[in-house]
Design a protein around this ligand. Structure first.
Ligand code: ARG
Length: 545
């Protein structure tokens, strides 16, 4: 509990005449009190023994109203036992406040995630990206950043000529009308299977035609772009993911071309004998990379460079990319070129993440050769229906909860070994377990009309829950700092465990009035924290399960 820690740090600083920071106050486990202060650092600063300093701290701080008792342990540990009501009051106040105690940041932050390519359905690889990106943008918003979430579609470059050419060869208006994504994808696959060198060349010409603004090419491209966005929208809607804006590589393509001239003039880029343009980096470990092909077309990296400059001009202070680790080198090179271009008002950061491994054969694919994101969402819903014994009909929300938690609870850089059994377990460490604990708390409240109040005395079991609730703001701060929702996910799981043990041992309905009021207050606070925590993970908090 940051507030209380700060309180203690301030009091200690004044009593000892030595610097005491928030981080100097520890949270011991078990019987050693609510907080502990190791006097060793201050002792060496003041040239006294830790034991003496600890004694001094004890004598002065024991006078404080909110300190119940102080014990000295080991070489110079000051262990604080606080007044439980005081502590609970601080926790409840914090939970009740608008920012819930979470450190508030400044600045305009762009959070880019998802960013699928044109004419292809999102696949299982987009699952972790979507879930993580969405949670990160939610977290950052709650931490006070002015967030714009962006879906930057891969809608430019040589690949897109293939779909257009495929359509010219085998396109079927009726099929496109009925199931545009299926048809586009079918054409793309067929072209890649059947195309010889000559056909590939024609496909490249079609890409060039889009870039050159040829009417027919642009018209088809626009249709395919629109169809892709509409198709993906269904998945986003199911996942409750909403973007503040949808852009794409095409938006910055023209600027990318202009940048090549600028880079050459400034001596940042070099021209090769074949007419291609490349960049070399000051950092020798970073391999040089091509910026413009010999046929004149620009590249992914060039467009990303134009995009950073665009975002800087739009006034963003932060530029966050949630993109898989595979693209580490790309982003290192991108940020290095941007620096050479003098971009320095915007802070760019690549937020990468490990792979998700599915159990073999655990999902049947509707597209034959790829597992689409939609296949995964459908499977999750079906599996959740199987466990939804009461048939309440929120299988979609429970399935999503399972998928999202499984993706978020593993720390961001680590790979995930995904298992349906674990993801859907009601026993703990899963999305449904969190949803269920939250629902259980709500259902107790429906059964009592007592108002929550800080009445009577907290027992140990209740106090454990108070303290666990009090960790919420710090956990969110840490998650924001590390750009890692796992810190929130795992905290919520631990909190739910404490809650469930409280629930089993502390009766609410059949209890004395004071106890009931106090327990109702605890339950209300548990609901507030888990509602918010689930919201930050993008997991739906339900009313019934
Ligand atoms: N469209 C790319 C892909 O599917 C991801 C884009 C990531 N964002 C970026 N600004 N480069 O691989």
């Amino acid at each position: 509990m940051k507030k209380v820690k700060q309180n203690l740090a301030d009091e200690l600083e004044e009593a000892l005449g030595a610097e005491v920071n928030l981080n100097d106050i520890e949270v011991p486990d078990g019987e050693h009190g609510d907080f502990a202060y190791p006097a060793m650092k201050a002792a060496s600063e003041l040239g006294d023994s830790p034991r003496n300093i600890a004694e001094k701290a004890k004598d002065t701080l024991e006078e404080l109203d909110f300190v119940e008792k102080i014990e000295i342990a080991g070489p110079g540990y000051v262990n604080f036992f606080l007044d439980k009501k005081f502590y609970a009051e601080k926790v409840f106040e914090t939970v009740d406040s608008e920012d819930m105690g979470v450190e508030q940041k400044d600045g305009n932050a762009l959070v880019e995630f998802s960013s699928p390519n044109l004419a292809k359905p999102m696949h299982v690889g987009h699952l972790r990206n979507n879930v993580l990106g969405d949670s990160i943008q939610r977290m950052m918003r709650f931490a006070g950043y002015d967030v714009t979430s962006e879906n930057y579609i891969g809608d430019w470059g040589t690949k897109h000529g293939q779909v257009i050419y495929g359509y010219k060869l085998w396109g079927d208006e009726q099929k496109f009308h009925e199931a545009p994504m299926d048809h586009m994808y079918e054409l793309y696959v067929k072209l890649n299977q059947e195309a010889d060198e000559e056909m590939q060349e024609t496909a490249r010409e079609w890409s060039k035609k889009i870039e050159d603004g040829d009417n027919e090419a642009v018209e088809l491209w626009e249709r395919f772009r629109k169809a892709t966005i509409e198709y993906n929208e269904v998945d986003y809607e199911r996942m409750n993911i909403h973007f503040d804006r949808v852009t794409g590589e095409s938006v910055v393509a023209e600027h990318a071309e202009e940048l090549i001239e600028e880079g050459l003039e400034k001596g940042i880029f070099e021209k090769d004998d074949d007419g291609s343009v490349y960049v070399e980096f000051e950092d020798e470990d970073l391999p040089s990379t091509i910026i413009k092909r010999s046929d004149g077309s620009t590249l992914y990296l060039t467009r990303d460079l134009a995009n950073i400059i665009k975002r800087e001009n739009e006034g963003f202070d932060y530029n966050f990319y949630v993109v898989a680790t595979e693209q580490n080198l790309h982003f290192k090179q991108l940020f290095a070129v941007a620096k050479q271009f003098g971009v320095e008002d915007i802070v760019s950061e690549h937020i990468s993440y490990g792979l998700l491994h599915l159990e073999d054969g655990s999902i049947s694919s509707s597209k034959g050769n790829i597992i689409t994101l939609r296949d995964v969402l459908d499977e999750a819903k079906e599996k959740a229906e199987e466990v939804d014994e009461r048939e309440i009909g929120n299988a979609e929300a429970v399935g999503q909860g399972a998928l999202k938690y499984a993706n978020l609870s593993v720390s961001r850089p680590k790979d995930i070994e995904f298992s349906w059994d674990r993801a859907l377990s009601f026993e703990g460490d899963s999305g449904p377990y969190l949803q269920y604990s939250n629902v259980r708390a709500k259902s107790i409240l429906r059964k009592t009309d007592a108002d929550g109040e800080l009445a009577g005395e907290f027992n140990e079991e209740e106090y454990r829950l108070v303290k666990k609730l009090g960790e919420f703001p710090e956990k969110v701060d840490n998650a924001v700092e590390a750009r890692d929702p796992a810190k929130i996910a795992n905290y919520l799981s631990g909190l739910s465990e404490v809650f469930n043990s409280f629930y089993h041992s502390q009766p609410v309905i059949d209890s004395e009035e004071e106890d009931r009021k106090r327990r109702v207050a605890l339950i209300e606070n548990f609901i507030s924290v888990t509602d918010k925590g689930l919201d930050l993970l993008g997991i739906e908090a339900l009313e019934e399960m």
